[in-house]
Design a protein around this ligand. Sequence first.
Ligand code: PXP
Length: 242
Amino acid sequence: MRLYINIDHVATVRQARLANEPDPVRAAVVAELGGADGITVHLREDRRHIQDRDVRLLLETARTGVNLELAATSEILDLACELRPMQATLVPEKREEVTTEGGLSLADPAQVEVVRAALARLSAAGIRTALFIDPNEAAIRTSRELGVDAVELHTGEYANATGAARAEQLTRIAGAAALARSLGLAVHAGHGLTYENVAPVAAIQEIEELNIGHSVVSRAVFTGLEVAVRDMADIIRRARLV
Ligand code: PXP
């Protein structure tokens, strides 16, 4: 299993003062020292945290793979195709949201065509592609039909649920992961994962990549980022062994 660390919220702290620190590119270097298998950034249309310059510098600096999260808009797609990160994950984006609220709306035929065109552009640029989707059968089958390399299953509902509802969400994610894998899709997962809730998701064998940001950056305020990444990597490694 690969652990990709999302460093957006290092940039959030910087942008709170429109200053030049903390630098997310330096954070990427430290995350790699802590054992991150890759670095994820979301270049949002409103540039609320990560800036174009960050992505450019990150791609020159990172020793691991860079996963760029992006909405399927022409401006950001142009940039992605120019910068050519190792992987691009298409996500839905609403200006008013605090964070990504769910997977792509693949039930909407117009949206499917937007995603299809975006995937064609990214693939032509040699970029591995992923779609951020809710863990349901229809979205997985549509992803398969679209010819994407991977799906990232949205774990936000699992993270927000408690008790029996959380167990149900976990079963849903496990079922979705098995279906996606059986259709030949690589399976990633992420959103809302924390030190407390990550282990059952990491134990799902079909999932090969996790994307985790907020919880790790939050802990890093107290422990430093290298330790925070290592602690998360340890939990995932142990979960994987059982
Ligand atoms: N995966 C996707 C597609 C996301 O948009 C985000 C948040 O940017 C994450 C994973 C990471 O979520 P979190 O910050 O809650 O760990």
